[in-house]
Design a protein around this ligand. Structure first.
Ligand code: HPA
Length: 279
């Protein structure tokens, strides 16, 4: 985002949307962001076009292992989708404005439904490693809000309502489809911290008292931006590990990726079932 000072963020996002449209001309109404270890879903996309993030002006680079760094466009069960294989995190050092730039771009591309996925630590002791959780609400404990700063009404309101960040309709659809698969899909509150260190056991106890069921380092800024733009959001966490202190074992990024890979097929199946119902 280094062009002339006169170019607004909105125009940057419009420019990025034009770059995408020049490579994929179909209308895209559904977008997905694939979290750590969950990138394999992109292989499901048919008639796909992949655009590396470095070709989309304004997109940052994904620096995390387990995040590929490309936008894949194509079809899932006949529905045109845009899939972010890899996202940008606040802990990578990016400004929140950069973290959410792709969401703004997808909004201008015409996306109306967004699935945000992530790897998260389980705080609710009723959860198991490898469980999937549909996000019912969040706690923004990231110390910042992506809407802080200059306001541009073209993106939406200055003070957007956050009563229903995660669409109740979409939560129902996800739970119904999971039931049809014989999969127990939990519902819970996702707390976002900036990271990148994992939490201490004391922090995890604090988060539990605050009402969190899972903890992670992403999703919330993207969800806030999507809501400002009127995009409906479905959030799904993969509980890749129990949060610090729950089992008394150390947490490793390796374990996070490995669990993501273990639930890969279940996760793919759930997404394949949910996407056609989001329209
Ligand atoms: N804490 C924060 N983020 C995470 C975790 C965790 O335990 N697991 C995967 N992402």
């Amino acid at each position: 985002m280094s062009a002339s000072v006169k170019t607004s963020l909105y125009e940057h996002a419009e420019h990025a949307a034009r770059i995408i449209r020049s490579q994929y001309s179909e209308e895209v109404r559904v977008a997905l962001v694939l979290g750590s270890g969950l990138g394999a879903f992109a292989d499901e996309i048919q008639e796909s076009t992949a655009i590396p993030y470095e070709e989309i002006q304004g997109f940052a680079r994904s620096t995390v292992e387990g995040h590929a760094g490309r936008l894949v466009l194509g079809k899932i069960k006949g529905v045109s989708v845009a899939v972010m294989q890899g996202r940008f995190h606040y802990y990578e050092g990016y400004a929140l404005e950069e973290v959410v730039f792709p969401i703004r771009t997808l909004g201008l591309l015409g996306v109306e439904s967004l699935i945000l996925t992530n790897a998260a630590g389980g705080i609710n002791v009723g959860f198991n490693q490898g469980a999937l959780m549909v996000i019912s609400d969040h706690l923004n404990l990231m110390e910042a809000n992506p809407l802080r700063g200059a306001h541009d009404q073209r993106f939406g309101e200055r003070f957007p309502d956050m009563t229903e960040v995660y669409s109740r309709d979409y939560q129902e659809i996800a739970v119904e489809e999971a039931q049809a698969m014989g999969l127990e899909l939990r519902r819970g509150i996702y707390a976002a911290l900036s990271g990148p260190s994992y939490e201490t056991p004391a922090e995890v106890r604090m988060l539990r008292i605050l009402g969190a069921d899972a903890v992670g380092m992403s999703t919330v800024p993207e969800a806030i931006i999507a809501r400002q733009m009127g995009i409906k959001v479905l959030g799904i966490s993969c509980i890749t590990n129990m949060a610090a202190g729950v089992l008394g074992e150390p947490i490793s990024h390796h374990e996070v990726i490995e669990t993501g890979e273990r639930v890969r097929e279940t996760f793919k199946e759930l997404l394949r079932r949910v996407i056609p119902r989001m329209m």
